[in-house]
Design a protein around this ligand. Structure first.
Ligand SMILES: Cc1cc2nc3c(=O)[nH]c(=O)nc-3n(C[C@H](O)[C@H](O)[C@H](O)COP(=O)(O)O)c2cc1C
Length: 302
């Protein structure tokens, strides 16, 4: 029995409901001999900023119980480097490209969005207003009016679908999601990492040079699921859910909570084929449970 896995995120059609999580899959070419990108629902690439960024000094990652702390600090070659060096590889595949865009001002976000639009460099733009590892990154997703300001600035310069990526590091994520929707976001993605730290008792130092980092992986799944559920009750635009998804069962839980699509993030460091295998597993789940369309799962748990 064939099942339908296709979903829409605004005007973007995803062949399967599974994308990669930004920052956990590089720019696609890192897994060149391993992953056929055309089997992904979408490929969401690493943060791309107006200018090149070196990121934070090492150590920038450490393991924790059931998760990973990272403080990469948005290392990337900048938008022109992306267009010249990264895009040609990605465009060899029949797969939608989502470019993750952080910025230090609404103008920065708009600049990169305009360049992506002019160059055909993206099929959707994910606004990273929620990175916990840089100043002027997290700030925009902590207050509804700042979120709206960035979304509106980008909406004014592009017709590409805009996905606002929200932070769990807030008291209530719902007004922020609503502000993003009202300002014109076509979708919401959540969650970015949960701020935390780790201390080395032997060396009596922080484990990360940045002192704090963003926690990801299975440890944050309950936080992410609740955020997806709450935001799904609040907005009408589609949600891309992420946070600790390691297998198809985890992904199905996010769909049941109200996500239209999901992202495989930290799991890519264990298995770069995860996003493809999770999509296959969702199809198996649908078949075994007598469903024919992934939409039958979306928001089914109320
Ligand atoms: C090493 C690493 C780098 C990341 N870089 C970015 C990034 O550049 N932009 C972004 O929006 N999110 C970034 N994230 C967050 C992930 O995209 C995702 O939102 C988060 O890790 C939760 O999903 P997960 O638990 O499946 O990893 C990064 C996560 C990790 C682990």
């Amino acid at each position: 029995m064939a099942v339908n896995l296709e979903v829409k995120i605004g005007s973007l059609t995803m062949r399967t409901p599974v994308t990669t999580g930004s920052g956990t899959f590089g720019f696609g070419s890192e897994t060149k001999d391993l992953v056929d990108l055309s089997k992904l629902g979408a490929v969401c690439v690493k943060a791309t900023t107006r200018e090149r960024r070196l990121g934070n000094p090492p150590a920038r990652m450490c393991e924790t119980a059931s998760g990973v702390l990272n403080a990469i600090g948005l290392q990337n070659g900048g938008i022109e480097n992306y267009i010249l060096e990264k895009l040609p590889y990605l465009r060899q595949f029949d797969v939608p490209i989502i470019v993750n865009v952080p910025g230090e001002s609404p103008d920065d976000f708009a600049y990169v969005a305009r360049r992506l639009t002019e160059s055909g460099g993206a099929d959707a733009i994910e606004l990273n207003i929620s990175c916990p590892n840089v100043s002027h990154g997290l700030d925009y997703a902590t207050q509804p009016h700042l979120t709206a300001e960035v979304v509106a600035a980008v909406k004014a310069v592009t017709d590409l679908p805009i996905i606002a990526k929200l932070s769990p590091n807030v008291t209530d994520i719902r007004p922020i999601a609503k502000a993003a929707e009202d300002a014109g976001a076509d979708a919401i993605s959540l969650i970015n990492t949960v701020i935390g730290t780790a201390i080395d008792a032997r060396k009596r130092t922080f484990k990360l040079a940045n002192k704090t980092g963003g926690l990801s992986g299975p440890a944050i799944k309950p936080i992410a699921l609740l955020a997806v559920y709450r935001v799904a009750q609040t907005v009408n635009v589609p949600i891309i859910g992420m946070g600790g998804i390691m297998n198809a069962t985890d992904a199905v839980e996010f769909l049941l909570a109200g996500a239209t699509a999901v992202a495989a993030g930290t799991v890519n460091f264990v298995n770069p084929l995860a996003a493809i295998e999770i999509a296959d597993g969702i199809a198996d789940y649908l078949e075994k449970n007598g469903f024919t369309d992934v939409h039958e799962l979306i928001g089914a748990v109320q």
